[in-house]
Design a protein around this ligand. Structure first.
Ligand SMILES: Cc1ncc(COP(=O)(O)O)c(C=O)c1O
Length: 376
């Protein structure tokens, strides 16, 4: 059997990682500014994480959600404290798309309605419900296109209100910062208006913090820059530092009914051990403050070059937009300078480094980018 060939691959095969460094089998060393697509939060093979998972595996790795799991209770309590949302509840799943599927379902259960408002250039996952609110024709099938979803422009409060006023909308879903769509940061004032509008019309506000959450922007959640309190917040990626996990944070007005949501693997012991270790390290190493500092350093020291048209983002979720295609620049960064970077569209380099990125590592990238740009 062959692998189903759907991924474009870097021509480097990592076999080992520590912090923001990865090595291939020949011992070549690479700086990771991609974080396995915003997943590696506390760094590769962090000793606290390795110990937590290893010890948990030697005790018990899995049992179903038909038994009480004290680690789930500990995680919901600790996460509520860490993100400043202690009165929310947590529903645990395995991925970002699954978190969004469940959030959409909750919005629909809660309101008895089925239309969703989403934003242009959004990305919320690849399963059918999540794909229906994803503005990317390449991955929307005709079946999904039939879902009741209306896309509006980012930062257009009047357009949102025109939809909500129709009275049939269950929820509005929005990313803390649009990642795949090209590091598009919603204006803080718009998020506050959006929050007020969803309250006014009794519509559920779903913040997708799958990529922008867990400290990536220097606050626990990106929407906290605007000071709003969404009804539902979805998380995944950095939550498990590579162990598959996701969750929906649910505000107190939602009523849990037995059986309304469920999953086989969500909340398993290993995922809980991983997520608790991530929270330990975020707190012990003051990673939110660190991300603010190293993110500012990157933003202020990135080279200015005629080919760079704009730099956008917050903390360690940064997009460097070029007036040309970035594939050759990324190739040089990877193969000549040994630096992994991400991409958004054809013209943007997306930086999603582990939150533990050191200033010296940021400086290494800046100097490598300067070198590469001097050759184009
Ligand atoms: C904002 C956002 N939501 C949802 C997802 C989907 O997450 P997953 O791939 O874990 O299903 C992603 C993945 O990139 C994402 O960036």
């Amino acid at each position: 059997m062959n692998l189903f060939d759907v991924y474009s691959l870097f021509d480097v095969t990592p076999v080992k990682g520590r912090g923001c460094t990865i090595w291939d089998a020949e011992g070549n060393q690479y700086l990771d500014l991609y974080g396995g697509h915003a997943v590696i939060s506390i760094g590769h093979a962090h000793p606290v994480y390795v110990r937590a998972l290893t010890e948990q595996l030697s005790r018990i790795g899995f049992y179903s959600n038909s038994v009480r799991n004290p680690l789930q209770e500990e995680l919901s309590h600790r996460l509520g404290e860490a993100c400043g949302m202690p009165d929310y509840s947590l529903f645990l799943v395995n991925s970002g798309a699954e978190a969004n599927e469940n959030a959409l379902k909750l919005a629909s259960f809660h309101t008895g309605k089925d239309r969703i408002v989403a934003f242009r250039h959004s990305f919320h996952g690849r399963t059918s419900g999540a794909v229906a609110v994803t503005d990317n024709p390449a991955i929307v099938s005709p079946f999904n296109a039939a879902h009741k979803v209306t896309f509006v422009e980012m930062n257009d409060a009047a357009a949102v209100e025109a939809e909500l006023a129709k009275g049939d909308v269950a929820g509005v879903i929005i990313e803390g910062i649009q990642g795949v769509g090209g590091i598009i940061v919603p204006e803080d004032a718009f998020l506050r208006e959006l929050s007020a509008l969803t309250r006014k019309y009794g519509v559920v506000l779903i913040m997708d913090e799958v990529q922008s959450g867990y400290g990536r922007t220097g606050k626990f959640f990106a929407h906290q820059w605007a000071g709003i309190e969404p009804d539902l917040v979805t998380v995944a990626k950095g939550m498990g530092n590579g162990f598959p996990i996701g969750g929906v944070l649910i505000s107190p007005q939602f009523k849990a009914v037995k059986g309304m949501l469920g999953t086989t693997f969500g909340g398993n012991y290993l995922a809980m051990a991983a997520a608790l270790a991530v929270l330990d390290v975020i707190t012990q190493e003051h990673l939110l403050e660190h991300v603010g500092e190293v993110g500012d350093y990157l933003l202020t020291h990135l080279p200015s070059h005629p080919a760079i048209s704009q730099v956008r983002g917050r903390g360690l979720m940064l997009g460097i937009e070029f007036s040309r295609e970035v594939a050759p620049i990324r190739s040089k960064l990877l193969y000549d300078k040994h630096i992994f970077t991400g991409v958004a569209g054809k013209n943007m380099i997306r930086l999603l480094a582990p939150l533990v990125l050191k200033k010296e590592e940021a400086a290494q990238f800046i100097s490598a980018l300067e070198d590469v740009l001097s050759e184009i």
